[in-house]
Design a protein around this ligand. Structure first.
Ligand code: ADP
Length: 259
């Protein structure tokens, strides 16, 4: 078959100006996909040409988050054309290519090849590609580092100790691969009860910022645990797409990232 290394050469030669930023986390369920979608939407609203590669090929959620689940990418020549979304953010996801109800049990080389097709697509004038990585430090992440070296990485963690320890591992993986960690985001930080208004910290508080300081990694900000975020995400309307509300927290992080 075709040598996977050909893809890398083509990518670098064709698109020297495109920046890739990976969004990673130590474990699943910490809000990595939610953050990726909302950062992209916030950046697009601020005038940036940004696209998303949903590299979470074992559990793709960008099509649902961006409300374009029923779309299918077409191929132009040997390259996929990203799928538009109503939020001004084109996206390519394995969720657009395979039946979302079917489990994918790919081995490393196939997963890497799939990732190559999503990244080395016809991205047109997209200047910044946010790559929603699978959680942890597996095959897809290694392929990403070796073949499509990102300009930087953002790590998402909850304030919880375990998630932080896992985030530290993810951080080490990027640093070992020569990819600068642009910053740490604390998600699900502080819960405001919609009934009584009292704030509580179900997963602790401030842990990610302390950890970031200790490691000399920029702290990009925190996103509260909010019912509104979960509901809007499930409905395919990213909070960052509308003024005020929970979108502000995402916009603040996007601004820091764009600097
Ligand atoms: P990951 O990509 O890390 O696996 P997701 O972005 O899919 O995590 O988020 C997991 C679940 O948590 C989703 O149902 C999502 O809507 C919800 N969620 C993520 N961040 C928040 C938040 N700040 N407040 C409320 N719910 C959240």
């Amino acid at each position: 078959g075709e040598d996977v290394r050909d893809v890398r050469v083509a990518t670098i030669a064709d698109r020297p100006q495109r920046r890739i930023v990976a969004i990673g986390s130590g474990k699943g369920g910490v809000g990595k996909s939610t953050l990726t979608a909302n950062l992209a939407v916030a950046l697009a609203r601020a005038g940036h040409k940004v696209g998303i590669v949903d590299a979470d090929i074992y559990g793709p959620s960008q099509p649902r988050l961006l409300d374009n689940e029923s779309e299918r990418p077409v191929a132009e020549g040997d390259k996929l054309v990203p799928v538009a979304s109503k939020w001004g953010v084109p996206v390519l996801s394995m969720g657009h290519l395979v039946d979302p109800g079917r489990a994918i049990a790919w081995r490393g080389p196939m997963a890497g090849r799939a990732l190559g097709q999503l990244i080395d697509a016809n991205w047109g004038d997209t200047e910044l590609l946010l790559v929603d990585l699978p959680p942890g430090t597996g095959d897809v992440q290694i392929t990403m580092l070796q073949r499509f070296k990102p300009a930087g990485a953002v790590i998402v963690s909850t304030p919880q100790d375990l998630a932080l320890i896992d985030a530290t591992r993810a951080t080490q993986m990027f640093e070992a691969g020569g990819v600068p960690v642009l910053g740490l985001v604390e998600n699900m930080a502080g819960y405001v009860c919609p009934h009584c208004g009292e704030t509580s910290d179900p997963f602790g508080s401030g842990g990610a910022e302390t950890e970031a300081e200790r490691k000399g990694i920029p702290f990009l900000g925190r996103i509260p645990l909010a019912l509104a975020i979960r509901e809007a995400s499930d409905a395919g309307t990213p909070p960052a797409a509308s003024e005020g509300g929970q979108g502000d927290a995402f916009r603040a992080i996007a601004e820091r990232l764009a600097q």
